[in-house]
Design a binder for this molecule. Sequence first.
Ligand SMILES: Nc1ncnc2c1ncn2[C@@H]1O[C@H](COP(=O)(O)OP(=O)(O)OP(=O)(O)O)[C@@H](O)[C@H]1O
Ligand SMILES: Cc1ncsc1CCO
Ligand SMILES: [Mg+2]
Length: 288
Amino acid sequence: MAEDKIKTNEPQKGVEGSNLQWAPQAWAHLELVRSKSPLIQCITNFVSMDFMANTLLSAGASPAMVHSVDEIPEFTPKALGVCINMGTLTPDWLPGMKLAAEVANQCKKPWVLDPVAAGGTSFRLKACLEMMNLKPSVVRGNGSEILALFKGSVDSNSKGVDSVYCSGDAVEAAKSLAQQSGSVVAVSGAVDYITDGDRVVCVHNGVPMLQKITASGCSVTALIAAFLAVDPSHAIEATASALAIFGVASEIGMDIARGPASLRTSLIDSLYGLDEATALGRVRISCL
Ligand SMILES: Nc1ncnc2c1ncn2[C@@H]1O[C@H](COP(=O)(O)OP(=O)(O)OP(=O)(O)O)[C@@H](O)[C@H]1O
Ligand SMILES: Cc1ncsc1CCO
Ligand SMILES: [Mg+2]
């Protein structure tokens, strides 16, 4: 059983030692998603819908883009995980986002927040902070987004959805944010950092060209929701596994890609076809 391979021991330090535990765990999480095919409700921006749904499908999950307040009370309890993304936010979407988070909490289902461009405008920052108050299981953002949530202020240097900081610049902010909020915080970038405010786990997989594919971050946040759906009591581990597996799929996809458009396609194919030996050989996770 894939469940048996999911370890909860304290991780060892260093890539080599940690990988002995983390790589099989990442594979086990993917196997669980493939076998359980969890229904993942996504409330997400218009840019990301297609890539996000296809990422979830190729991993074995079952995506549904459902955002109407008229459907959420009936639909959200059926989902095993919820992904809420603030990317093309307008005031009329916010009540549905809040309701879905509240229903997920009532049903004890994990939900994941993607605070797209949190520091870009005061409207967006306020909305993202209100969502944080609803206690997501995990919040995943780039360096700029996590720093904006931590500081609670608009960033005058903001470039909208793209980060102006490296993920490493936001590690201390991520730890503090995790301690304050009780959520696991993931900062994505060349290295992804995942923290509960105490432990910090680092994922070294991925390729720089992911930054040239819009909604790659949105899609990996949805993948985190799927991994969390099959292992809700291990949020750090499930989040690290999702980021590593997505990164591995991008590395394999990069071998045949001719640019961002073909990488998008080959990443989806690689995620669908990923086998155990390749995953075990490529996952690179360590602890700070
Ligand atoms: N320089 C890099 N090298 C390797 N992987 C990277 C690099 N930059 C980003 N990634 C990977 O790309 C994915 C998206 O992360 P990123 O930080 O770009 O998200 P984002 O800014 O929220 O993206 P978007 O808003 O387009 O959805 C993650 O899986 C991350 O690990
Ligand atoms: C480009 C873009 N604009 C709003 S959301 C989005 C997708 C990447 O976050
Ligand atoms: Mg993003």
